[in-house]
Write a protein that binds this ligand. Structure first.
Ligand code: SF4
Length: 253
């Protein structure tokens, strides 16, 4: 067992199960599929945008970090603003290679104004540690929506669409090498197609030309620990994909 694999298993609490395995071949990761070209989320809706939408998107697309943070902090563009305590903009290295995207703030995030600070956040931090990453160091963490959906429900499609320009602009500014979509809401909105997490895993998708990998949301993994093994496979896949991207880049220099 490699040091990295052992650390991953330890960090996401898979040791008892995975210690029984003795080789990578036994992990039985399904065959990788080729890169999929997918349409960006903003191109998903067949209906015309409401009046003013293009103006707002265009304005957001021209914002710098200071402007976009101020815009989010005062945003009332969808109903989620009404019951929020704090907007949750995102956190981390603004020049990160890795971008992790969740769905929306929960109660603790709404109270603190930072994404992934509850139990799910602890698990995400452990997942990052397992692949030798840590919050804020070459990693940025954001959500599809910046305000908490009441009762921790999923964001509605119109709410995700209203907030998508902010995430789009964040991605433009960060220029990550790899995006990891955490859970179905993030994956479906970023890839602009309805599908299960299971069907989207283990593939390299594209979001506006940036490779994107799908895995389970840490909150789901807390409820369904039997799927941590698959999340571990996804982390390995993400690391391999990033290494491939870095190797390809070094060969072209
Ligand atoms: Fe604005 Fe996004 Fe908050 Fe909706 S969720 S009010 S679009 S910042």
């Amino acid at each position: 067992m490699t040091d990295r694999r052992a650390l991953m298993l330890q960090e996401i609490n898979l040791n008892p199960k995975w210690h029984l395995r003795t080789s990578q071949a036994e992990v039985a990761v399904p065959p990788r599929e080729p890169v999929l070209a997918t349409a960006p989320a903003s191109h998903a809706s067949p209906s015309a945008p409401p009046p003013g939408t293009d103006d707002r998107r265009g304005a957001i697309m021209r914002m710098d970090w200071t402007q976009i943070k101020a815009s989010v902090a005062s945003c009332t563009h969808c109903v989620l603003h009404a019951r929020r305590n704090k907007t949750v903009f995102g956190v981390g290295d603004e020049n990160a290679d890795w971008l992790f995207v969740g769905e929306g703030p929960g109660a603790e995030e709404d109270a603190q104004g930072e994404p992934f600070v509850g139990q799910a956040g602890k698990l995400l931090d452990s997942m990052l540690t397992a692949i030798k990453l840590r919050r804020g160091d070459n990693v940025y963490i954001a959500n599809m929506v910046k305000c908490r959906p009441p009762g921790n429900r999923n964001p509605e499609p119109d709410e995700a669409l209203a907030c998508e320009p902010y995430l789009h602009r964040q991605i433009d500014l960060i220029k990550p090498k790899l995006i990891v979509a955490l859970g179905k809401v993030a994956a479906v909105n970023l890839l602009a197609r309805e599908a299960t997490v299971a069907s989207m895993r283990n593939k390299v998708h594209q979001y506006r030309g940036i490779p994107l990998i799908v895995t389970y949301h840490p909150a789901y993994l807390l409820r369904s620990p039997q799927d941590k093994a698959q999340a571990w496979e996804d982390l390995c896949f993400a690391v391999e994909t990033m290494e491939g991207l870095q190797n390809a880049r070094s060969e072209t220099i």
